[in-house]
Every structure is written in structure tokens, then in C-alpha cells.
Design a binder for this molecule. Structure first.
Ligand SMILES: C[S@@+](CC[C@H](N)C(=O)[O-])C[C@H]1O[C@@H](n2cnc3c(N)ncnc32)[C@H](O)[C@@H]1O
Length: 266
């Protein structure tokens, strides 16, 4: 009897989730990039369960796959969390979904990668790689039925667009989550500097390509993250989760005490 119960228990949980939010099934089937599904699922669970509110910012959006994935994961997870049939729902607590009006900001040159001053970049990081038209990005989002009134798109090189005027234009107040996927040290550092005034303890940062540049702590996105922390002594990144060979997730701690943790030992 115990064995049957053990086998049926996870099955019952899955069926309950599907009854609460059936779209979870098709959204999972349709998602093709498993590492991002995995990373964004963990990020969404963390955000929702800690009620970390604010905006989503993605630096390097290309054709929109990760942007759509992140949007869907946060939608799905928050709907499930605040559903009347959920544990929270049954408790009689306020079921206002704190994420249903979350805004999603996209930043990209739509010209592909910028040039790098580092002569040791991996071969795929050549200038212009990952170029996609802004119109393609926009149409992918529309096709995926994102609520475009909650989306902003800032086109241009980060060195030119990531400034106070842009923050004001998009009415940026707080960053809940940011995905940094622009591959190179300089743009990643520009992205981090841009979000500095808007991060808080609990903001989650996701870095793609953490171990490029042969894992050198001073190069690539990892180098940018290290430099950012050196320049902002009140901030450190607490490792949260890493998946596959490339994606690393961290939780920002502002004015927290760093406890013997090497951020690079993920
Ligand atoms: C690897 S792609 C992003 C992939 C996307 N996040 C996904 O998973 O579908 C990198 C993107 O960063 C953008 N990018 C790289 N360097 C940039 C810079 N200096 N300024 C603006 N955009 C940049 C490129 O145009 C490209 O779209």
C-alpha cells in the first residue's frame, strides 16, 4: 500500500497542477530550449514564492525565445500560486496576483554582437553574430500572445542606450529579475551599471554564458559580474542555481554581509 501511495503521490500533484492551470502542459511541450525553461522556471518559482516584485529586464533578446519563455514561466507560476485551488487559496489569504501587471523590458542593438576589445573571445563571438530585426522580435512576441502593453523595446547599442534617460522613459523603478545574455564583458557591465540603482535585496540575476572565456573570472560576463561587485561594495551576488554548462542564477544582496562565498565557484 505504501509503495502504491509513493508512486501515485507525484502523479496526483501533477494532475492537480494541470487542473488548476491546464495551459502549463502545452506551454511546456512547446518550449524548445530546455536550459532556459529550467533556468526561468527556477527564477519564476523563486520570485513568486518570495513575492519579489518589480520589472523584468533582458539585455540581449535576439529573436525573443528567452524573453517569451521568461514571460510565460512567470505568468504560469504566479497563476498557479495565486489560484483558488492552491495552498494559498485554501488558506483564505489575499489572492491578488502580484505579478499579473509585471512589465518586461527588452534591450538589444538588433545588430548582433558588438566588437570586443578582448582578443581571446570564443570563435562564435564575432561582431554582428546573432543579428535579428526588431520587427522579427516584435512579431514573435505577438505570435506568442504576450500582452504588449506590458512590454517595452529599447533598440540600440548598450553604450548609447543604457542611461538615466532610458530608465526614465521606461519608468523603471525596481528590478525584480534581469537576464543578461549579451555574451561579452563590456555590454554585460553596461547592463549591470544600468540596473544598479534599481536592484534590491532579492533581485534575481541570470547570466548566460557564465563559463565562456575558459571560465576566466576577469573576462566575459563572469568578469563583468565580478567588476560590478568590486565597484559596488554594498552589493554581492549570492549563488542560487546553475543549470547545464552555461546559465548561472544569483540573488542580489544589498548591504548584506558576505559569508565566505566565492561567487565564481558555481
Ligand atoms: C545570444 S543573443 C541573445 C539570445 C536571446 N537572449 C535568446 O536566448 O533567445 C545576444 C544578443 O545580444 C545583443 N547584443 C550583444 N552586444 C550588444 C551591445 N553591445 N548592445 C546591444 N545589444 C547587444 C545581440 O544583438 C544579440 O541579440
Amino acid at each position: 500500500m505504501q509503495i502504491i501511495k509513493k508512486i501515485l503521490s507525484p502523479l496526483r500533484k501533477i494532475i492537480t497542477k494541470l487542473l488548476i492551470e491546464p495551459s502549463i502542459l502545452d506551454s511546456h511541450i512547446n518550449r524548445r530550449i530546455w536550459h532556459e525553461t529550467n533556468a526561468f522556471r527556477w527564477a519564476a518559482a523563486y520570485l513568486v514564492k518570495n513575492q519579489i516584485t518589480g520589472d523584468y529586464l533582458e539585455f540581449g533578446v535576439w529573436k525573443g525565445n528567452s524573453f517569451i519563455e521568461s514571460y510565460n514561466q512567470i505568468q504560469d507560476y504566479s497563476k498557479m500560486f495565486y489560484a483558488p485551488g492552491s495552498t494559498l487559496g485554501k488558506s483564505g489569504k489575499d489572492l491578488t496576483n502580484k505579478f499579473e501587471n509585471m512589465r518586461f523590458h527588452a534591450f538589444d542593438s538588433f545588430e548582433g554582437l558588438s566588437s570586443s576589445s578582448n582578443g581571446n573571445e570564443p570563435i562564435q563571438y564575432f561582431e554582428g553574430n546573432y543579428k535579428a530585426e526588431e520587427s522579427l522580435f516584435r512579431s514573435k512576441l505577438e505570435e506568442a500572445q504576450l500582452d504588449m502593453s506590458r512590454v517595452t523595446i529599447t533598440k540600440g547599442w548598450f553604450s548609447e542606450t543604457l542611461n538615466k534617460e532610458t530608465a526614465k522613459k521606461i519608468n523603471l523603478k525596481e528590478v525584480a529579475i534581469s537576464y543578461i545574455d549579451c555574451d561579452l564583458y563590456e555590454p554585460a557591465l553596461s547592463a549591470l551599471n544600468f540596473i544598479t540603482p534599481y536592484v534590491k535585496t532579492g533581485t534575481i540575476l541570470i547570466f548566460d554564458d557564465w563559463f565562456r572565456n575558459k571560465g576566466n573570472v576577469n573576462e566575459g560576463v563572469q568578469g563583468a559580474a565580478l567588476k560590478w561587485q568590486q565597484d559596488n561594495e554594498n552589493i554581492y551576488l549570492q549563488h542560487y542555481y546553475s543549470c547545464d554548462t552555461r546559465t548561472a542564477l544569483f540573488i542580489v544582496q544589498v548591504n548584506g554581509k558576505k559569508i565566505d562565498q566565492n561567487i565564481n565557484s558555481v
